[in-house]
Design a protein around this ligand. Structure first.
Ligand SMILES: [Zn+2]
Ligand SMILES: [Zn+2]
Length: 381
């Protein structure tokens, strides 16, 4: 604890301290800011058109020891300080970028207070760069909205208007673990027994054979092991988990070592769910897999698990950034949000319902049912 507070005191050197990351890439030709361009996968100057490539790096990604977080601490080079703006409404921490002026929170469309602070956190180890530009993301969103028949028409129109989408790198944790589990339980084998039961057929009593299922339970014990790779957990709560879950799967096999050039021109959300809290969620996902492994190992027709004892060996994590296009706006006093996977174009978001459209559908349905009933009555009479 003591070491932690000393570090915090050092971080408190204040905004403008030399350690605070500045993510600006001035154009060598005209001096304006270069931004990452998804179409060319390189840097581009919006002012003079100067373009330069971002070389693809294929290198082993750094994995960090999760147990070191609570114990000896992470190596100093793993931490960084960034300026952030905190949304008072949804709690999102948005990295402050001198080149981008946001007046609204990209997650909930609430006005952002200009007040910024310094956040000290674990540096990302990797990111997936944006593949979809804003126009392609909007097309994906409009197609999705078009399929929502119950959405109020003017809301769809409002959402489809050339409203700016915000490209945000969302903070995620990925966990790798090697587990060994010993278990005890029971294996159930189903067999059928023939039983003779008295029945009455045409007024006569007679015996009839019936098949009855029986389960034989035998004790079972054993050991299963599993190597988990990249169990993914969202490191923030600014978007409902169901939305971000719907964006999966992510092509994590092509994660590239962290390079701030990919972030140029985009927003980055700082994590607000710590790496240890994220692990609690990852662990629940791992336990479900382990339980399936145990059931498969027990075999038979049915399984009962009495006790599980899991030892986690090597346990590492990475902090990764994944690209999401966001549309957030307020419509008739309610916040609507849509998210688009910046790699695949998968979409999810608020499913707005028009009460008038639903009422019309219900009335039409009742009318149709009534007509069918009338027809059947007419046929039978
Ligand atoms: Zn330029
Ligand atoms: Zn917000």
């Amino acid at each position: 604890m003591q070491a932690g507070s000393t570090q915090d005191a050092a971080a408190g050197a204040g905004p403008g301290a030399a350690t605070v990351e500045e993510r600006r890439f001035p154009c060598p030709a005209c001096g304006s800011d270069l931004r990452f361009d998804p179409a060319s996968q390189g840097m581009i100057c919006g002012h003079c058109g100067h373009a330069e490539p971002v070389p693809r790096v294929r290198a082993a990604l750094e994995e960090l020891d999760l147990r070191a977080v609570a114990g000896t601490g992470l190596p100093a080079g793993v931490m960084e300080e960034v300026r952030v703006a905190r949304c008072g409404s949804c709690g999102a921490e948005i990295e402050f970028d001198a080149g981008l002026h946001a007046r609204e929170c990209p997650f909930c469309a609430s006005p952002l207070v200009a007040d910024t602070g310094v956040s000290r956190h674990i540096k990302p180890q990797a990111q997936l760069p944006f593949l979809l530009g804003e126009a392609e993301a909007r097309t994906a969103m409009n197609t999705w909205l078009g399929r929502l028949w119950f959405a109020p028409s003017d809301l769809s129109k409002y959402a489809k208007a050339d409203r700016a989408l915000t490209g945000v790198y969302a903070p995620y944790w990925t966990y790798d673990a090697q587990t060994e589990t010993t278990y005890t339980g029971q294996r159930g084998t189903v067999h059928y027994e023939t039983r003779h039961v008295p029945v009455t057929v045409n007024g006569k009593r007679q015996m009839q054979a019936q098949q009855v299922a029986k389960v034989d339970w035998r004790p079972a014990r054993g050991r299963v092991s599993r190597k988990f790779d990249d169990v993914l957990v969202l490191g923030s709560r600014s978007l409902p988990k169901t939305y971000t879950d719907a964006l999966a799967p992510w092509d994590l096999s092509v994660l590239a070592p962290y390079d701030p050039r990919y972030l140029a021109g985009f927003r980055a959300e700082g994590y607000t769910v710590g790496v240890e809290d994220g692990y609690a969620e990852a662990k629940a996902a791992m336990n479900a897999v382990i339980e399936n492994d145990v059931r498969a190992d027990i075999g038979g027709d049915q399984q009962r698990i009495a006790a599980l004892d899991t030892e986690v060996g090597r346990l590492t994590f990475k902090h990764v950034l994944l690209p999401v296009w966001l549309a957030a706006f307020r419509y008739r006093g309610k916040a609507y949000r849509f998210v688009v996977n910046g790699r695949t174009g998968s979409v999810d978001g608020e499913r707005p319902y028009s009460t008038i459209k639903i009422a019309v559908a219900v009335i039409l349905g009742l009318a149709l049912a009534g007509a069918i009933a009338a027809l059947l009555i007419a046929q039978n009479s």
